[in-house]
Design a binder for this molecule. Structure first.
Ligand code: NAD
Length: 355
């Protein structure tokens, strides 16, 4: 018998394919946007200029100060420019940081947002917005932040360096892994999750061998989209809570922290969800889900220990305490000793184990 489920489909227009950035002008026209504010990080300001040259005066101005973790003061600064220039649309060109700024502005103005992702992080497909104020990150879910259009053009991902390709890809995998054992899992998302894991599992090693492999990059971007759609619909469990705590309290880098923790959190949940684990191992072509994820990260040359990311060993106890507070639902109940053992293994860079 099919288990009971609730399926939510959020509206999204997804424009996927090589060269489809050229359709941005048409997409802006269809949304009735006459003067968009184009957002980027300082590192991608040059790319933003090129996109403005392509689109012409439908892009009114560029705001290139998007910052990791969406600080509220940056959002307010951008909001001032948006209003002063009378912009009627937003284009977020970049990774999760830039798309986060686009969402924060969309929330405050109800102005339509077009997202053009250049990493695999997946924020473009979710109703989630995390913002930082006075050093504290607050997360909310609201459909108001959803982009009206998402343009995935593989050409924009060709410049992703090997390190970020690997960690951003594993960050995407984490959404699909947790979707498979989510409390609100459903059959459509399960299909997307398994295919997303398979696409990233086969493409990331090819990208590591040849950064210019456009076919593999396209496959990875397809997988990242599927994984992002999972994150957008179902709720996440232990792994996302752990990464939230480690990022927030120890200022560890986002995608690298996901990369180190994913095998360990998967191992923790293995006894509770064997069917989800079989799907992960089938998608990766490995015997064991957690071991397969660990080997994938290692083969890509990605970080495999929290120590490498600069976390102090003495922080493990504090992290366990914070994970136990305001717990996320998880298929296996949270146990302080087991979590301490898991974080210690992750800190040392040891292979994952269930206990
Ligand atoms: P990022 O957006 O911070 O980008 C990292 C760096 O890579 C930046 O300097 C950026 O300019 C550069 N970069 C991006 N694309 C590039 C490319 N193609 N070539 C070369 N350089 C490139 O990193 P991220 O991992 O995409 O995003 C992380 C942030 O996104 C975190 O703050 C995280 O919380 C958030 N996030 C949010 C959601 C959500 O649903 N709200 C989902 C995933 C991630």
């Amino acid at each position: 018998m099919v288990a009971a489920f609730t399926y939510i489909a959020y509206p999204a227009r997804v424009v996927f394919g090589s060269g489809r950035l050229l359709e941005l002008g048409r997409e802006l026209d269809q949304l009735g946007i006459k003067r968009a504010l184009l957002l980027s990080t300082p590192e991608q300001a040059e790319l933003a200029e090129k996109v403005r040259d392509q689109v012409g005066d439908k892009v009114g101005a560029i705001y290139s100060r998007a910052t990791m973790h969406t600080p509220v003061d940056v959002t307010e600064d951008a909001l001032g420019q948006l209003r002063a220039l009378g912009c009627d649309g937003l284009v977020a060109l970049g990774g999760g940081s830039t798309i986060g700024l686009g969402k924060a502005l969309a929330l405050r103005t109800d102005i339509p947002l077009v997202a053009i992702p250049t990493t695999y992080a997946g924020s473009e497909m979710t109703t989630i917005l995390g913002e930082t104020e006075s050093g504290r990150k607050k997360t909310q879910r609201t459909p108001k932040v959803l982009p009206k259009v998402v343009i995935y053009d593989v050409n924009l991902t060709m410049s992703l360096p090997q390190g970020l390709s690997a960690t951003s890809g594993i960050n995407a995998l984490a959404h699909a892994v947790e979707a498979l054992y989510a409390r609100d899992a459903n059959p459509i998302i399960t299909l997307m999750a398994e295919d997303g894991i398979a696409a990233l599992g086969r493409s990331l090693p090819r990208i590591a061998r040849d950064l210019d492999d456009q076919e593999a990059r396209s496959d990875a971007q397809y997988g990242a989209w599927l994984c992002a759609a999972c994150l957008g619909v179902v709720t996440m469990a232990l792994h996302h809570k752990v990464c939230h705590v480690l990022g927030g309290s120890f200022n560890l880098p986002h995608s690298e922290t996901h990369t180190v923790m994913l095998p360990h959190c998967t191992a923790y949940n293995t006894p509770a969800r064997p069917e989800a684990m079989s799907r992960i191992s089938r998608a990766l072509g490995t015997e064991d889900a957690a071991g397969g994820l660990f080997e994938l990260a290692r083969s890509l040359g990605a970080p495999i220990s929290l120590r490498q990311l600069g976390m102090p060993e003495a922080g493990i106890n504090r992290a366990v305490g914070e994970i136990m507070q305001d717990q996320y639902w998880n298929p296996r109940p949270l146990d302080q000793d087991a979590l301490r053992a898991m974080l210690t293994r992750a800190w040392l860079g040891e292979p994952p184990r269930a206990s």
